[in-house]
Design a protein around this ligand. Structure first.
Ligand SMILES: *Cc1c(COP(=O)(O)O)cnc(C)c1O
Length: 357
C-alpha cells in the first residue's frame, strides 16, 4: 500500500478526533437518600450520532495500519444501521467509496441516512446472506470488508487510548464514588462489553460488567451455557443490540452478569428517561437503564452505596416514528403501562422486581 497516503489518512482521522470534544457523562438523578449515583455516558453526541462512531474510527484505523486500506480500496460492510452511517462518514473523509450490504426491507429513513453520508446500499433478499454477500463483493472488487462483528473486539485498544472505558473512568475521577460498582451495556457486536471488561481487569478495578439482552437474542443463552454456537435465528426489535447468533466479538468470560429485558420494558424506560431528564434516546438505552435499575434496587436491598454507569447509545430522533409512536407500539402488541408503573414505583420505594418474561 501507498505509505504516504496511509500516513495522511491516519492524520485526517486523528485530526477529526482532535477537533471533537469527549462525550458527556450525565447524571440521572436518583432519590438523594439512596446514596447511589447513576451516570449516562452520552454517545449520541458524536458527529454521526451513536457509539458506532468510535467503532467505525477504530475499524478504519485497524484496516489502515494492517495495510488493507489504500487510496483505491472500496470499503464494504454488512450493516443496515448505525455502523454503516459512521463508516460512510469516515470513508468520505478519506475519499474512499463505501458500500453497505443490507436487507431489502430496510426502512427508507435508514437508507437515506447512509446515502446522506455518501454511502451506497447493496441489497440482499434474505438477511443472513448479508455476510457472505459482503465477502463476495470485497473479493470481486479487491475491496476491504470491514466486518464489524468479527473485528469490533480487537480493533479497539482495550488498554486505553481514550477508548470508551478510559473516558468514563477519567470523567468519574471527581465523583463521590469514582470507581463504579457496575457498568451496564448491551451487546450488538459485543465490542463495547469486551472493551469495558478487559479495561477494568487491566486497570485492576473491582467494577463488574452487566450485559442486558433484548428478546430473541442469542447472547443471553450463550452466556448462560457457554455454548458459542447458540442461535435463536430471530431478529431483535431493539436496534443496535440483540443478535440471532453469537457474534465473534462477544467475549462472555469478562461479563459478570446478564439480564434478559422484555422489549416493552426497554421502551418504557426511554419514555421514563425523557420525562425525568429531557434526554431523548434510542431503544438500547432503555434496555441499559432497565438493567441499571435492577442492579440499583439490589444494591439498596443489600445496603450498598456506590455508582453505576451506563450508556446513552444513540438519540431518540431516529426513532420518532417507531419507539416513540404510540401507534407503532400498539401495532407491535407491546404494552408499556405495567412497566411505566414499575418505574414510578421504583423511584418511590427502591424496589424493582424482575418483570415476567
Ligand atoms: C452497536 C450498538 C450497541 C451495542 O454496542 P456493541 O459494542 O456493538 O456491542 C448498542 N446500542 C446501539 C444503538 C448500537 O448501535
Amino acid at each position: 500500500m501507498n505509505r504516504a497516503w496511509v500516513s495522511e489518512a491516519i492524520r485526517i482521522i486523528e485530526a477529526d478526533a482532535n477537533r471533537s470534544a469527549d462525550t458527556h457523562l450525565h447524571v440521572f438523578p436518583l432519590p438523594a437518600d439512596w446514596g447511589i449515583d447513576l451516570y449516562l455516558k452520552d454517545e449520541s453526541v458524536h458527529p454521526t450520532g451513536s457509539l458506532k462512531h468510535r467503532l467505525a474510527r477504530s475499524l478504519l484505523l485497524y484496516g489502515l495500519v494492517n495495510g488493507q486500506i489504500g487510496p483505491e480500496t472500496v470499503l464494504i460492510e454488512a450493516s443496515s444501521g448505525s455502523t454503516a452511517v459512521s463508516e460512510a462518514y469516515f470513508a468520505r473523509m478519506l475519499g474512499l467509496e463505501f458500500v453497505t450490504v443490507m436487507p431489502r426491507k430496510t426502512s427508507q429513513e435508514k437508507i437515506d441516512l447512509i446515502q446522506f453520508y455518501g454511502g451506497r446500499c447493496h441489497f440482499v433478499d434474505v438477511p443472513p446472506d448479508m455476510y457472505s454477500e459482503a465477502e463476495r463483493l470485497a473479493a470481486d472488487c479487491g475491496g476491504h470488508y470491514l466486518d464489524q462483528f468479527t473485528y469490533a473486539e480487537r480493533a479497539t485498544d482495550w488498554r486505553g487510548n481514550n477508548n470508551i472505558a478510559e473516558s468514563v473512568f477519567t470523567q468519574m475521577r471527581s465523583e463521590r464514588h469514582p470507581v463504579p460498582a457496575w457498568i451496564v451495556v448491551g451487546a450488538g457486536t459485543g465490542g463495547t462489553s469486551a472493551t469495558f471488561g478487559r479495561y477494568v481487569r487491566y486497570r485492576r478495578h473491582p467494577t463488574k460488567i452487566a450485559v442486558v439482552d433484548p428478546e430473541n437474542s442469542a447472547f443471553y443463552g450463550a452466556w448462560q451455557t457457554r455454548a458459542l454456537d447458540y442461535t435463536t435465528g430471530m431478529p431483535s426489535r431493539i436496534e443496535g443490540i440483540g443478535r440471532p447468533r453469537v457474534e465473534p466479538s462477544f467475549v462472555p468470560e469478562v461479563i459478570d452478569e446478564m439480564f434478559r429485558v422484555p422489549d416493552a420494558a426497554s421502551l418504557a424506560a426511554i419514555r421514563f428517561l425523557r420525562e425525568r431528564t429531557g434526554y431523548w434516546a434510542g431503544g438500547s438505552t432503555g434496555t441499559n437503564l432497565h438493567g441499571a435499575f435492577r442492579l440499583i434496587s439490589r444494591m439498596l436491598a443489600e445496603g450498598q452505596t456506590g455508582s453505576v454507569v451506563t450508556l446513552l447509545c444513540d438519540g431518540g430522533d431516529r426513532y420518532a416514528n417507531t419507539y416513540y409512536s404510540d401507534r407503532w407500539i400498539a401495532e407491535h402488541g407491546l404494552d408499556l403501562g405495567p412497566h411505566l408503573t414499575a418505574l414510578a414505583d421504583f423511584f418511590e420505594t427502591g424496589a424493582f422486581p424482575a418483570p415476567p418474561s
